[in-house]
Design a protein around this ligand. Sequence first.
Ligand code: NAD
Length: 273
Amino acid sequence: MKETESREKILAERICLVIGGGSIAPGWGIGRAISVLYACAGARVAVADLNLASAGETVDIIRSEGGVAEAFQVDVLDDASIARLVSDATSRLGAIDVLHNNVALSKSGNPRDTSAADWRRIQDANVTSLHVSTQAVLPGMMERRRGVILTTSSIAAHRHLGYSSLAYAATKAAAIAFTRTLAIDYAAFGIRANTIVAGLIDTPRIGVVLRGAYAGCSLEEMKERRHKVVPLGRMGTAWDIAEAALFLASDRAKYITGAELVVDGGLSVTVPH
Ligand SMILES: NC(=O)c1ccc[n+]([C@@H]2O[C@H](COP(=O)([O-])OP(=O)(O)OC[C@H]3O[C@@H](n4cnc5c(N)ncnc54)[C@H](O)[C@@H]3O)[C@@H](O)[C@H]2O)c1
């Protein structure tokens, strides 16, 4: 695979936990690409997902490239499951150096068609889980005086996407505020925390969860519309996000904390015509 060729081992000796390291459907979800690049850079990777088989596929890819990884099942809606994951991953691979929170639930809709139950479920999955997973890894990171905590956010945190996605957008903004606060509170312990703000990314997810937002379009037409609005001329790939994650997870970003790295092909600084 060309993305994995000749990688410098900038994460050698590091243990990375990627929560949401599978993919919602066959192909390259962002968490899968992140897990693979972390492993190619020398990390041992705990790949966790609600869908254990999908996490297992990521692990198979990593092992086929000569890397080290283990699959774990987790449900981010269940605090005990997250705590168990951190404990199991630590026992099987070692103390967690990099926590990457990548899971998101979403539901298109404005305030009138977002029920309180949907709102709470999305907040729990996308925000409460950041808090719970962070609480679980912090003691070890503080003791070792090093650690990196990353979250995959979205440009939905900053702007309307052209279709309403109220609950999702609110959680993606909360992830940024959470991360900024964390970064400052734990900077003195050598722990860095940053957010990746992803633009329109061509992953299997868009065919599964976004079809309603592009009603009347085939999958190809939907993709074409998404490609066209991006100044660089295309949606991003899972690898575009994984490259940013790898940089932020590594010591190359050792002076970067509390930051948002926008990876969107220029979309969020333009006005579409
Ligand atoms: N695809 C895009 O256009 C895009 C744009 C901006 C941001 N993002 C963000 O990137 C991240 C990954 O997106 P993706 O497109 O790869 O989607 P994805 O749905 O393939 O990835 C999410 C993973 O989370 C897992 N998951 C779902 N519910 C879970 C639960 N309760 N517990 C544990 N795991 C669970 C899924 O099985 C899946 O493997 C998300 O945070 C998303 O908000 C995506």
